[in-house]
Ligand binder design. Structure first.
Ligand code: IZC
Ligand code: ZN
Length: 417
């Protein structure tokens, strides 16, 4: 072995091929007093700490009785953006809601102006900074959306930043084209022409391998279900898998559309109807729930994840990291919200941030699991068991992050005196 992690208190390998649906999300395999071997950047061996004593290895990490899991998978971020929207916090406190701020040219549109102004290098630096922070919180694979350009040039700039960041940063990045994120000011009166402009980019994005998924914000005062259907159908015809920002604020039926189109994921689903939930449960579409957004906006209701799982759906949870509606890279905090506000069990939550999140971004074969042969993305946690992470909220529990078999981050403090 190149690396042997031994003296593991609890090893939670998430070996299920997945996606893991409904009540199966509650079944978690836990190995106590375990050890894990890594060779050629892959998981190569699993056994007891006693068995590990006989295994040849180049390097050993003593986990000291800690919890060990796969690296977390973050399935929904708006990683690349210029500026920040801290001034909108006061507006929100005065009662102006998210969609009203957007209508007044703020919100997403203010980030669009800042992203247009920012240079490629500035955007890249910022993206790398946020990726570092995600890595420190135990995330080893990240989905990243464009959508703060809303014109060909700036959308391309964002997608190319993601591609460059993927080369420069050890975390795995998965790119999504979200050109249809808002109606830009210059197209206020002809959103269909704007959608045509964005769909005209599909060929170039495909040729240059700049995105795997196409996404759209299906929302009141943004894009209707019919506009979304046509736009995403065009994307599918060009060979993209599709995703939707569906039923986040107003219940338009985006969840139903995600299922109808065979989307790889439907995201948000905060106000999905009973019918939408039933369809989701019967489909292969993964529901990516983003409770941080509801917490952060302070309005609206949390997605009915409990009912979705009970009905048989496969659920992932993610941060929705973005400068407006969920400003955090801390997926562990989202795990706590999933317990406290979505009534998910710790077992369900671990499926939701590993295997199911990986499947929501088409990385089920590589990430989110420590089955033999998977890439060795491993987190050692300063916690005795898997239930502890959602329980002790708002802080970073990471002790060590291993990405592709190499130590990427170790918690260290210089003690004085
Ligand atoms: O920048 O506000 N919902 N898009 C749709 C977002 C939230 C991100 C933002
Ligand atoms: Zn989003």
């Amino acid at each position: 072995m190149d690396l042997l992690i031994t003296n593991i208190g609890q090893l939670v390998p998430m070996e299920n091929a997945g996606p893991v649906k409904g009540r199966h999300m509650n079944n978690l395999t836990v190995h106590e007093n375990a050890a894990l071997g890594i060779k050629d950047k892959k998981v190569a061996w699993m056994g007891t700490a006693a068995e590990a004593e006989k295994i040849n290895r180049k390097k050993t990490i003593d986990a000291g009785g800690r919890l060990v899991t796969p690296g977390l998978v973050e399935a929904h971020t708006h990683l690349v953006f210029g500026g920040a929207r801290e001034k909108e916090m006061a507006l929100k406190q005065q009662g102006v809601d998210y969609l009203d701020i957007l209508k007044q040219g703020g919100g997403i549109l203010s980030t669009v102006r800042a992203t247009k102004k920012a240079s490629f290098d500035e955007l890249l630096e910022r993206a790398l900074f946020h990726l570092d922070r995600m890595a420190m919180y135990g995330i080893t694979t990240v989905e990243a959306k464009s959508g703060y350009g809303l014109d060909r040039e700036t959308e391309m700039k964002q997608l190319k930043v993601v591609k460059e960041a993927a080369k420069k940063h050890p975390l795995d990045l998965v790119s999504t084209f979200l050109g249809a994120h808002a109606i830009p000011e210059e197209h206020e009166h002809d959103p269909d022409a704007f959608l045509d402009e964005m769909s005209d980019m599909f060929d170039e994005i495909k040729e240059d391998n700049l995105a795997e998924f196409v996404d759209i914000f299906t929302e009141a005062n943004v894009f209707s279900v019919e506009q979304s259907r046509q736009f995403l159908q065009k994307a599918k015809d060009k060979g993209f898998q599709v995703k939707l920002h569906a039923d986040e604020i107003e219940p338009l039926g985006g969840t139903d559309l995600a299922v109808e189109l065979g989307a790889i994921s439907g995201d948000h689903l905060a106000v999905a109807t009973d019918e939408g939930i039933r369809k989701l449960a019967e489909s292969d579409t993964i529901g990516v729930i983003l409770p941080g957004t509801i917490f952060y906006l302070g309005t609206g209701t949390y997605a009915r994840a409990r009912e979705m799982i009970d009905a048989g759906a496969a659920i992932a949870v993610s941060t929705d990291f973005n400068p407006g509606s969920s400003v955090t890279e801390n997926l562990q905090l989202i795990m706590s919200l999933s317990a406290l506000r979505l009534n998910m069990s710790p077992e369900e939550i671990w499926h939701a941030v590993t295997v199911n999140a990986a499947h929501a971004i088409n990385r089920g074969h590589a990430a989110g699991s420590l089955a033999i042969g998977r890439q060795a993305d491993v987190v050692i946690w300063d916690a005795p068991n898997y239930m502890y992470i959602p329980y002790h909220y708002g802080v970073n529990h990471v002790n060590t992050v291993i990405k592709n078999g190499s130590v990427l981050y170790e918690r260290k403090l210089n003690h004085h005196g």
